[in-house]
Design a protein around this ligand. Structure first.
Ligand SMILES: [Zn+2]
Length: 142
């Protein structure tokens, strides 16, 4: 399969063994159990499907919206540490990755989507120091 930076096919991404590209973002295939996104997409070879690709791309769009530092503090950290009381993919920072990336269409409740969008909007408008302070509340709800 030839390398296409602007590839939009999730199937092509899943067929690649080492790296590929999805909508202009570099995708690395990794070992381990958890995929992630931080400027590039790190996609596990096992347990990844088309919705995983879309979800991780949604995290890229969150990063573009929040900037690197706020993304690290408001999305990457709580996701990695599994903060919050909702089920993993219903956590506010995970819901908007699905919605923005087009994953799990129709599988989220409207109130959870609204909570996710409010979280992204609110963090987007907060100063960085306030985001750091707000994280201590999230940690408490683990
Ligand atoms: Zn995620």
């Amino acid at each position: 399969m030839s390398y296409d930076k602007n590839n939009v096919s999730e199937a092509c991404v899943l067929a690649a063994h080492f790296f590929s590209s999805y909508k202009g973002v570099t995708v690395f295939r990794i070992g381990g159990k958890r995929s992630g996104a931080f400027g590039a997409i790190f996609l596990t070879r096992k347990n990844s499907d088309a919705d995983t690709v879309r979800h991780e791309y949604g995290h890229i769009l969150q990063l573009r919206r929040l900037g690197v530092l706020k993304y690290a503090i408001c999305i990457f950290l709580p996701s990695w540490r599994r903060w919050g009381s909702d089920k993993y993919y219903e956590k506010p920072w995970e819901i908007t990755a699905d919605i923005l990336g087009g994953a799990r269409a129709g599988k989220h409740a409207a109130d959870k989507i609204a909570a996710g969008q409010a979280y992204l909007e609110k963090r987007g408008n907060m100063r960085l120091i306030a985001c750091i302070r707000a994280n201590s509340d999230l940690k408490g709800k683990k």
